[in-house]
Design a protein around this ligand. Structure first.
Ligand code: SF4
Length: 349
């Protein structure tokens, strides 16, 4: 290994030993299942948010078999509020795929792990490093930031050419030994010192060799995503309210918010007919509430909730994929964040 790469790893391992994190709930195990669940929950989510979710998830699903045996709905309920629900669905699908293997065990190499639903190359490497000490490189968002700054790599890391370069660098820097301490060090440095805004360069073990610091480009690296104006999608959400409960509809398993509970979407000009025919409800009054805006990766959503007070309900109305939810218990429903926010506001109305 070239000397600079060796020094990079040694510096990081020594820093991690004294200044890194050692007490996170998923660090005291070599169980690939526990490591995997933590890695998935930590994607796009802060450690402090993940800790209580992780504890509840482990209490309910202590091993891959119990997760595989669960209904998807149960998994999503435990995920409610954590966001990025595709992670929960993929976790469940991957648990089923693992349980169906001849030995019902985890594939033991990063390459094989990355073929399971929701396990990308970096996550597979992290599991293989922590569970089996495999010499595999990680490259999540935090690591991309550390490497782009330390080595002065220009270009948006989401672009293929830049990402390829970063992967090659991550691979080159990987030490022969102490790969666990090194990998944890990269994670810890990105999460605690080399943060996206206001990094703590004065405490960083790379302060003397960091290219971004040397050239005063810490705020410019990594290069930001080129700005794009995302299209706006408008929708009307039907908020059918019957005393202390509201009607939610389960979305189809594929697509936006797949499998989650949301308010039915509706065309306003067929409001009453649809309420009667599809939901068995007659309406006493209707009024629009303040619009809700939410950004997705490729578009923005602007939803106008239409609060409709129900005067009577036809008991034989179709009920598949529909559910009347008590507002006082709505936090337990597997629903996306904007729906949860509106449910909380409705309780206060
Ligand atoms: S010196 Fe600053 S910018 Fe460079 S790696 Fe350390 S914390 Fe990040």
């Amino acid at each position: 290994m070239p000397k600079p790469a060796e020094d990079f790893a040694k510096t990081l391992v020594a820093w991690q030993r004294h200044h890194g994190r050692h007490d996170l709930p998923w660090q005291a195990t070599r169980d690939p299942y526990r490591i995997w669940v933590s890695e998935i929950m930590l994607q796009q989510t802060q450690v402090a948010t993940v800790i209580p979710y992780y504890a509840r998830f482990m209490a309910r699903f202590p091993d891959v078999r119990s997760l595989a045996a669960a209904r998807e709905e149960e998994v999503l309920e435990l995920w409610a509020g954590l966001g990025y629900y595709a992670r929960g669905r993929n976790l469940h699908a991957a648990a089923r795929a693992i349980a169906a293997r001849p030995d019902a065990g985890f594939p033991r190499r990063a390459n094989a792990l990355s073929e399971l639903p929701g396990i990308g190359r970096s996550t597979a490497a992290a599991i293989a490093v922590f569970a089996w000490n495999e010499r595999a490189a990680i490259l999540d968002g935090n690591v991309k930031r550390v490497l782009a700054r330390c080595f002065g790599i220009e270009g948006f890391p989401g672009e293929r050419a830049v990402e390829t370069r970063l992967w090659a660098l991550a691979q080159e820097l990987l030490p022969r030994r102490a790969v666990r301490g090194y990998t944890q060090g990269l994670m810890d440095l990105g999460a605690t010192l080399c943060t996206r805004t206001r990094p703590h360069c004065e405490r960083c073990p790379y302060a003397g060799r960091c290219e971004a610091k040397r050239t005063k480009r810490v705020d410019e690296l990594p290069t930001r995503r080129p700005r794009k104006i995302h299209p706006l999608r408008e929708a009307t959400w039907l908020v059918l309210r019957d005393a202390g409960r509201v009607l939610l509809q389960r979305r189809p398993p594929q697509g936006l918010w797949g499998g989650l509970w949301t308010f039915p979407e509706i065309e306003r000009d067929v409001l009453r007919a649809r309420c009667r025919n599809d939901f068995g409800c007659e309406l006493r009054s209707t009024r629009p509430l303040a619009p809700i805006e939410h950004s997705f990766t490729h578009f923005r959503l602007r939803a106008v909730p239409l609060l409709c007070i129900v005067s009577s309900i036809e008991p034989r109305a179709r009920s598949s994929g529909l559910r009347w939810v008590e507002l006082g218990r709505a936090t337990a429903v597997a629903a996306p964040a904007p729906v949860h926010r509106l449910l909380a506001e409705l309780s206060a109305l």
